[in-house]
Design a protein around this ligand. Structure first.
Ligand SMILES: [Mg+2]
Length: 396
């Protein structure tokens, strides 16, 4: 079997990848809906993979894996990797999890990091009320993550929140020492959310990036009595092309609150220091940024050997991204907690994609499906109308 074409269409705002073979089998991949600009970057890799046998996934990946970088520049390579596994599974007549070592679990747990209600304000009662709504969602999420401090706008709504000059524009540009008022406000909001969650719903906090090490230690210690699931991306995270493992190690050694990072990191090599230094307790690579699903599996196995847990990022990976998450999560070792549930930014996605269960999440769990490949495909008749002018040949 040979790859004869690589296509990319921007559907809604998700870049969607389609690899076409001479055997009549195609494969799908998807990147985050925040990255419609990726299309030319995806097509850059076409010259390297044409003519290759897509079922030798690793051999194809060796040609392109070095030509990527931290978020957002690992997404194209990652989506291509998903599509290769989709083809390999279809060619073998098995779901992708079989090719990754087989199923460890029949249901995979997900957490809510993106199914949201509008915040009515940024006071403790607003955080509590918003949490109440998320707990009532039909998905029955058992872990809910909320943005606080430099993540989710709190720093822009609370006057005198930190000593730095407020920056706007690019993702998460703010960093600096918190005022005592800012720190007290964060802790009050976390307490308010926790009073709603009780001991039934796990509360995770997406915190930055933007913290200084002393503030990170103070916050993590202050919430120890609340048994938070994790504090995420305090120092580095979204769109930081480095990991700051030593800074994380200082924080992690200073508190019993689990410390989490990793959604922006590309490739296993860039997790090596974090894992070997035990710099965090939980890592959250995103299969649509880290280099793909087998890459995520490698990292999970190595993390497990070091006592580090897995909670992969994924909130805007789209419904093909969801399928990739389900396949790899089924095959991860017992350090797996839950992945961040990707939902479609437009509801018509659920009409144009076939293969998803009618109810995707119940009781915070997804039943792992057994259809070949990633197990999802386009209903071409319904999907065509969502193609942009320059993507009209995507399904040809
Ligand atoms: Mg995050």
């Amino acid at each position: 079997m040979k790859i004869i074409d690589l296509k990319c269409a921007v559907i809604g705002s998700n870049p969607v990848i389609r690899i076409i073979t001479d055997a009549g089998i195609d494969g799908l991949g998807q990147a985050e809906d925040s990255k419609p600009y990726l299309k030319p970057h995806v097509l850059f890799y076409k010259r390297y993979i044409l003519g290759e046998d897509p079922t030798n996934v690793e051999r194809v990946m060796l040609k392109i894996r070095r030509l990527g970088a931290f978020k957002p520049w690992g997404s194209a390579v990652s989506a291509i990797e998903m599509a290769l596994w989709d083809i390999a599974g279809k060619a073998a007549g098995v779901p992708v999890y079989k090719l990754l070592g087989g199923k460890v679990r029949d249901q995979v747990m997900v957490y809510n990091g993106g199914v949201r209600f509008k915040m009515e304000g940024h006071q403790p009662e607003d955080y509590a009320e918003n949490m109440r709504k998320m707990i009532a969602l039909p998905h029955g999420f058992k872990i809910i993550k909320q943005g606080i401090a430099f993540h989710g706008g709190m720093h822009t709504h609370v006057p005198d929140f930190f000593y730095g000059a407020l920056q706007t524009g690019s993702p998460h540009p703010n960093r600096g020492l918190l005022t005592e008022k800012g720190m007290n406000h964060i802790i009050a909001c976390v307490e308010a959310m926790k009073s709603v969650c009780g001991d039934r719903i796990g509360l995770a906090l997406d915190c930055g990036p933007g913290f200084t090490v002393p503030d990170a230690i103070r916050l993590a210690r202050a919430v120890e009595r609340l048994n938070i699931m994790w504090c995420e991306d305090l120092i580095a995270g979204d769109y930081t092309p480095y990991t700051f493992a030593d800074a994380y190690a200082q924080i992690t050694r200073s508190t019993s609150t689990p410390i989490h990072t990793g959604e922006q990191i590309y490739l296993r090599q860039n997790f090596k220091e974090l894992i070997e230094k035990h710099a965090v307790n939980i890592i959250g690579p995103d299969p649509a940024d880290v280099g793909g699903i087998a890459e995520l599996k490698w990292i999970a196995e190595y993390a497990d050997l070091h006592g580090i847990l897995m909670a992969p990022h994924g909130t805007i990976d789209g419904v093909i991204g969801l399928a990739a998450h389900v396949q790899v999560a089924a095959a991860l070792p017992h350090n797996y907690i839950a992945f961040e549930y990707p939902f479609a930014s437009e509801s018509w996605w659920y009409e144009i994609i076939k293969g998803l269960p009618a109810t995707i999440v119940a009781n915070s769990l997804i039943d792992v499906w057994d259809t070949p490949g990633l197990g999802v495909s386009f209903d071409v008749d319904k999907a065509t109308k969502y193609l942009r002018e320059d993507d009209q040949a995507f399904f040809d």
